[in-house]
Design a protein. Structure first.
Length: 790
């Protein structure tokens, strides 16, 4: 083990102590001298960008609240930003990492990062400002209480261990309401609106996350104005007691709302003004352009379906003294007159809402490392003007490393902006799902004329970065007993640094079981670690990589990834599988790891219908949506089954399946039922069935350890010729018996399963790997062999 050159310390000791502070799977930016910053602490109010700044009259401010990125009301937001010139905030509770991905195989934290970028891209079109509350999206939920419970333990990722004793629904609800109150007090909206109802009784209830949004927004509406509620929030500059005027629930959606429920009809089809990125156009068209950015949710295809000429709302709450809505109201803010002197907006709000002109201030570098400086060119300033650059959020504001605003004047050439040690890095944002949102550069500037009046403002195109960052892939990492080669990617931002020390630690629980450290050359950008695990037992592990100087300081940057050593899981020897790939492909990758010879079936292969030499064909999840050639040639697959083939079909949504008469030998209609609890009890109805026998004899334990959910879009109607092999259901609900359907078809066999095999294979769930190996191996374990080989 390499030791630090200074006495009394080792790289290993320093790294391990810091690493053991968290088991989160997301990236954590760790600044140099972070411990000193914690001891000093920032002083509230010092050197922060001031509010007001002699700014223009306060605009109307509206806030949309949504559970997931694609739940935001783009139509109404586009109208209020582009037609009414309002400041529009989109407060989104989660990053959507628990959803499906219709654009690729990325799931969980990586999907959350994708959906974050999609949301920011939509916001640039709509002209809105996004605020994430960073609640963990653990997947579909049926009850708000479940959401509040899951959100109570501080969990931020699928791979983060949480003590069940730390979970409490009331605590989760209280913390969520407090966060919403904080955003209301900070952003000071006049009007709140949401798509999400407070109804919690099925079948009329929405997604449990949606229920949580409805409930928390209703509570926060009045609590934000109560000075006795969370008074500690009010100690922060710019956070004040605030009472929104109205809270609305959008009603109608894709269907017409009950006229008795409608209090306001907003004309979102009216014109929106031109912006730097969009021409003058209908606000509805602009909203469609925005929602189309949610590609991972398929909205690049479905966005036109969301176009409406109006959106309709029911008034849920109104503040005391607010005038009643007129009959036939067309404005959520009807009768409201924002007071220009009331709670002037902070500089960040004025800048991000586009209400201030910007200047083209050149900078010496797009990135800056704490302890270094960036230089701002002042040539764009007019005579008599000054520019003030404010310290970034996360910079210490008192003590040894205190940050202060710096001011330059026209004609001075350039302005030095120091970034002190202890400043929290804001980039690389794309590496951290929960980091600074894309496009939010941290250095704000304000330009004043000779009289001191604010004339311009903006953000310098600079990100604050650690000296170096590291990354590990894939996620999770599959390990094997014996020697493992683990690639590490390195990015160096400090120009004078040639080599960076990287430490790699493997944990089983809280115990470090392997450690390695090596220097990686900045020019190489990557290194490979060899870790010998010997005869390490199968199970869940985690790997942490840390980049730091050769000395004994704290690491600059730490990344953690889950890792798993799988039991010996293999398909039947000699198995050859055809694969009809959609956007995912996880099942094909897992089959290859299990030893199958996987053959991709493209359009030509499907059209030819010659699948000789294959024992099994697997149809990827939602392939009937992604592959029109599959829909066109599905009869060829079913004919192959008749001749002795074995067809395994993964989950589909009801509309793409039912509208195309499915891909099944006998009638099979998909519904919308799902089992959301990953530990919902599974009962095997036919335990002696061949699918449960070989090459792995399955037991009850093989249904343990699943992640997120059991399955979705279970068949609602299934022909009697299908055998129902298992039942599964959420607590308090009747078990569903269509989670694994098997049928004999001519000389062949057919399996349909809405269980989320792809999630379990990606998560390296051992029992799911064993069960899936059995599903595909049947033609060899029952002695049938390949079609055409007999």
């Amino acid at each position: 083990m390499d030791r630090c050159p200074c006495p009394g310390g080792t790289f290993r000791r320093t790294t391990c102590l810091l690493m053991q502070t968290s088991s989160t799977s997301r990236l954590r930016l760790v600044p140099v001298l972070a411990a000193l910053f914690v001891l000093i602490g920032p002083a509230s109010g010092q050197s922060a960008p001031p509010s007001g700044l002699d700014a223009p009259d306060r605009p109307l401010v509206v806030m949309n609240l949504a559970a997931h990125p694609d739940d935001e009301d783009g139509l109404t937001m586009a109208y209020y930003r582009g037609n009414q010139d309002a400041v529009v905030y989109s407060v989104i509770y989660t990053r959507g990492e628990g959803g499906q991905n219709e654009a690729g195989p990325d799931l969980y934290e990586r999907l959350g990062a994708i959906r974050t970028a999609e949301t920011e891209a939509a916001a640039r079109i709509l002209g809105t400002r996004v605020v994430f509350l960073d609640r963990f999206d653990f997947g579909f939920s049926k009850h708000a209480a479940e959401a509040f419970t899951e959100w109570s333990g501080g969990r931020t990722g699928f791979w983060q261990a949480i003590d069940p004793a730390d979970l409490d629904a009331e605590a989760g609800r209280d913390a969520l309401v407090a966060d919403v109150v904080y955003q209301i007090r900070r952003l000071k909206p006049d009007v709140l609106f949401t798509n999400h109802d407070t109804t919690t009784a099925w079948p009329n209830a929405q997604h449990g996350h949606h229920q949580a949004v409805g409930l928390s927004s209703f509570e926060a509406f009045s609590l934000a104005a109560d000075p006795t509620y969370r008074p500690e929030q009010l100690e922060e500059d710019g956070v004040d007691v605030w009472q929104p005027s109205r809270l609305f629930l959008r009603v109608g959606g894709f269907s017409s709302a009950n006229p008795d429920e409608i209090d306001v009809t907003v004309p979102v089809g009216d014109d929106c003004a031109a912006t730097a990125v969009r021409p003058a156009e209908s606000c509805a068209d602009r909203a469609v352009a925005g929602v189309s950015k949610h590609v991972s949710q398929g909205f690049d295809l479905w966005a036109p379906r969301f176009r409406r000429e109006t959106t309709t709302f029911r008034l849920i709450a109104s503040a005391e003294g607010v005038p009643p809505l007129p009959a036939g109201a067309t404005d959520l803010a009807a009768g409201l007159r924002p007071n220009p002197t009331a709670a002037d907006l902070p500089l960040a709000t004025l800048v991000d809402s586009g209400r201030l002109p910007t200047l083209d201030l050149g900078v010496s570098s797009p990135t800056v490392v704490p302890t270094q400086s960036v230089y701002v060119e002042l040539g764009a300033l007019a005579p008599g003007q000054t520019v003030t650059v404010y310290p970034p959020p996360g910079a210490p504001t008192q003590g040894l490393f205190a940050a202060e605003p710096v001011t330059g004047t026209a004609g001075a050439g350039r302005l030095r902006v120091p970034v002190p040690s202890g400043t929290t890095p804001t980039a690389p944002a794309y590496r951290s799902q929960y980091g600074t949102s894309v496009g939010t550069a941290p250095l704000l500037y304000a330009v004043r004329d000779a009289a001191g009046a604010l004339v311009a403002g903006g953000r310098l195109p600079v990100e604050i970065v650690p000296p170096a960052t590291v990354d590990l892939s894939p996620d999770p990492i599959r390990l094997v007993p014996g020697v493992n080669e683990i690639p590490v990617q390195l990015t160096v931002f400090e120009a004078l640094r040639d080599t960076v020390n990287v430490g790699l630690t493997l944990y089983r629980g809280d115990a470090a079981v392997a450690f390695a450290v090596q220097g990686i050359a900045a020019a190489d950008g990557q290194g490979v670690f060899e870790i010998d695990l010997g005869d390490a037992a199968p199970g869940d592990y985690r790997i942490q990589a840390a980049a730091q100087t050769s000395g004994c300081g704290l690491p600059w940057f730490i990344v953690e990834r889950p890792a798993t050593i799988l039991p010996d899981v293999a398909v039947a020897p000699g198995l050859r599988v055809g694969f009809v790939r959609s956007y995912d492909g996880t099942m094909a990758e897992a089959l290859a790891v299990m030893g199958a010879d996987v053959v991709d079936l493209d359009s030509t292969a499907l059209a030819a219908g010659d699948f000789s030499g294959l024992q099994t064909i697997v149809v990827d999840i939602r392939a009937m949506l992604e592959r029109p050639d599959l829909v066109a040639h599905k009869d060829r697959l079913l004919a192959w089954v008749e001749r002795g083939g074995h067809l395994v079909v993964g989950y589909h949504k009801s509309f793409e399946w039912n509208d195309n008469d499915g891909l099944a030998p006998y009638p099979l209609v998909l519904g919308r039922d799902r089992v959301t609890m990953e530990d919902a009890p599974v009962t095997v109805l036919l335990p002696d069935h061949p699918l449960f026998q070989a090459p792995h004899a399955l037991t009850e334990a093989d249904w343990d350890g699943w992640v997120q959910e059991r399955g979705l879009y279970f068949p609602s109607e299934a022909d009697a010729r299908y055998q129902r092999l298992l039942s599964v259901g959420d607590a308090g609900e009747a078990p569903l018996t269509t989670g694994l359907l098997f049928a004999e078809v001519g000389q062949g066999t057919y399996v349909y399963s809405p269980l989320v095999w792809y999630r379990q294979l990606a998560a390296l769930t051992p029992g799911a790997w064993r069960a899936f190996a059995d599903l595909v191996s049947l033609p060899l374990t029952d002695g049938r062999g390949a079609v055409g080989a007999r």
